[in-house]
Design a protein. Structure first.
Length: 318
């Protein structure tokens, strides 16, 4: 007997983390940012109010069920919006740590780290990956489009405090988009900002992949990203996954959400299955599936050998 999961997905293979059981505890596109490069499209609920968008109990019920069947390498909070906007994040991390001894990671845009309760919630995690895509107010607004009431200064001060006080591992992510936040002035400001952050274990460079929220926002080429990374302090690495480049006239196109729905409609598939079927990475498959899950087109079901996506219209009624 299997049942649909609403908030957990995977485990999915992650280059950075191994087999990662994902927790998505935020409604689709609820975020304090509206990044030009977001793979999930434009932010529809743009704000910084923390709320129990998804209850801790709901997440822990699903985690209990999946972790009884499987042992991922990590449990990671990411997904369809900014995870620290869930005011029950601390309860969720603490509850998961009671269920398993695998590390818990949180991927955050870092916008709320100036809030003491957010830092307290995150203090329970083993790995936190905060983002810092820009280091001037103008560049931050250009790339991240901060919500009303939030400023670059608040974000950077919060990040600095967090880095000083958090006891776990900090992996700072910088995503560069061509012509948006990659000028020499932008990069120099970012270098200086990184120097002001304590205890960052590594800086991970990323760039645009999949169709971004704003059409026309382009990736930085791998060679250039590598060169840029080499000018930053400390340990740096490239985590960008570069999209396949279709040669003119070869007829190939990037898969879209309807391709994922078609594939699942033919037979239920794991996230890895969807990725393999469409010839894309697991991260890209997740970006296609997230809106389909959010609008109820697909559901995830736990089976003994993993979590499978099905079309909701094909799930037998109880
Ligand atoms: S990329 Fe992340 S931080 Fe930026 S808008 Fe999308 S969900 Fe929010």
């Amino acid at each position: 007997m299997s049942r649909a999961f609403k908030h957990l997905y995977g485990p999915v293979p992650s280059r950075r983390l191994g087999r990662s059981l994902g927790v998505d505890a935020i409604p689709f596109k609820t975020c304090s940012y509206d990044c030009v490069y977001c793979q999930l499209g434009r932010t529809t609920n743009h704000g910084m109010e923390r709320a129990p968008w998804v209850s801790c109990d709901e997440v822990l019920d699903e985690a209990r069920e999946i972790l009884a069947l499987d042992r991922p390498d990590v449990v990671s909070f990411a997904g369809s919006g900014e995870p620290t906007l869930n005011s029950e994040l601390g309860c969720m991390i603490a509850g998961i740590k009671e269920l398993t001894d695998v590390p818990v990671a949180v991927f955050t845009n870092a916008s709320l780290l100036w809030m003491p309760d957010v830092r307290e919630d995150l203090s329970l995690a083993d790995i936190v990956s905060p983002s810092l895509d820009a280091a001037t107010p103008a560049a931050a607004q250009r790339v991240n489009r901060l919500c009303e009431g939030l400023s670059y200064e608040m974000v950077y001060e919060g990040l600095k405090t967090f880095c000083r006080t958090f006891r776990g591992r900090i992996w700072l992510e910088i995503l560069l988009a061509q012509g948006v936040n990659d000028s020499e002035a932008d990069l120099q400001a970012l270098r200086e900002a990184c120097q002001g952050l304590a205890r960052v274990e590594r800086i991970q460079f990323n760039t645009v992949s999949r169709p971004p929220a704003d059409k026309g926002v382009l990736p930085v080429a791998r060679e250039r990203l590598e060169k840029i990374a080499s000018t930053f302090p400390g340990r740096t690495e490239i985590i960008a996954s570069y999209p396949r480049t279709a040669k003119a006239g070869d007829g190939r196109r990037q898969p879209e959400a309807r391709d994922a729905a078609d594939l699942i409609g033919r037979h239920p598939a794991t996230l890895e299955g969807v990725a393999a079927g469409l010839g894309i990475s697991a991260q890209e498959a997740r970006a296609l599936l997230a809106p389909l899950e959010a609008d109820g087109t697909v559901v995830a079901e736990a089976r003994a050998d993993g979590s499978y996506y099905r079309l909701a219209s094909q799930v037998p009624k109880p």
